[in-house]
Design a protein around this ligand. Structure first.
Ligand code: ZN
Length: 320
């Protein structure tokens, strides 16, 4: 078995104070060494985002034998060497910045190491994938520069095509899609176009293939369709620009949606979102994907890149 770092670029827990984060043990058991977990989206009020960060930090600090909240790549490597799961936070949106670029550094200091700035719907930064996308705004350009300066990985999942292309042009660091599949295989607005795939690779970035049923067009077997999306992107831009962003939502039977949230706004009916379709693969899919890739002739060194070394490379270039 490979000793290279295995990296899940995005997964989710309920955004609630007081939860048990122990579901993340499934990541370590499945071979992952690192996971980035979401701490806030555009529909979450700031008090929810802050309480979630506070609790996640507290819970992780209370389980130091198994988990480590990481700041640097050295931390990731040390966590792996000690048999722990390295954890970092990510943002999905930018409303939690309160229209103030100085907030970027606050989130960075609280553990956010990756951020995409628009969740499905337009905001003051730019356009979402489920909206009329008029591109990155002047304020948005400032935020992208602040993300670069703060040493946070620049992500474009959930963004509209035009805005994501603008961000990739503006960013001085590689740009990733932490959890996005290929539109050419499954025509859904959350999946990304060939143009986005090519532009991402040109920045030196990585696209994390997710295990969401809806975006894979899959029923209950996920390894094969995930391998199809991996293979499509590898054929297109090579093995240095593809990774894994499982995007499992451990819901723990809890409802973390804000009161009065307009779900049809954030997840429009045209996107066919529903509870069943939004579910998908768990971290346990990793060895099955490995088998799928081996069957297609992928060698160990390409599998190591796709399973972690590519995102590790971008972290090395971004987390300065
Ligand atoms: Zn997401």
């Amino acid at each position: 078995m490979s000793t290279a770092i295995r990296w899940d670029a995005h997964s989710c827990l309920p955004l609630l104070s007081g939860i048990d984060m122990g579901a993340l043990r499934r990541h370590k058991k499945s071979g992952f060494d690192f996971v980035s977990i979401n701490v806030g989206m555009d529909m979450n009020p700031i008090d929810q985002v802050m309480k979630t960060i506070a609790w996640f930090r507290h819970w992780l600090s209370q389980h130091p034998d198994e988990f480590q909240l990481v700041d640097t790549l050295a931390d990731v490597k040390a966590a792996k060497a000690a048999g722990k799961l390295a954890v970092a936070f990510d943002l999905e949106g930018s409303k939690m910045l309160l229209e103030d670029v100085a907030m970027v550094e606050v989130y960075r200091d609280l553990g956010v190491r990756q951020a995409h700035l628009i969740y499905n719907r337009n905001n003051t930064v730019g356009g979402g994938c489920h909206d009329e996308d008029s591109g990155l705004t002047a304020y948005g350009r400032e935020v992208v520069r602040a993300i670069n300066r703060a040493g946070i990985m620049m992500d474009c999942s959930h963004n509209g095509e035009r805005t994501s292309l603008d961000i990739m042009e503006t960013s001085e660091k590689p740009v990733i899609f932490s959890h996005a599949n290929a539109r050419a295989l499954i025509d859904h607005q959350r999946n990304i176009t060939d143009r986005q795939i090519d532009a991402c690779a040109a920045t030196g970035g990585v696209i994390g293939i997710n295990g969401i049923r809806l975006f894979l067009g899959a029923e209950d077997k996920f390894a094969e369709p995930m391998a199809n999306h991996i293979d499509y992107m590898v054929q297109r831009v090579g093995p240095d620009h593809v990774g894994i962003g499982v995007d499992i939502s451990f819901d723990l039977g809890l409802d973390d949606h804000p009161k009065n949230e307009d779900r049809a706004f954030w997840w429009p009916p045209s996107g066919r979102y529903n509870r069943t379709l939004v579910g998908g693969a768990g971290p346990e899919v990793l060895p099955e994907i490995e088998q799928q890739l081996r069957n297609r002739g992928y060698g160990a060194s390409d599998i190591d890149k796709i399973f972690g070394l590519n995102f590790l490379r971008v972290a090395e270039q971004s987390w300065t």
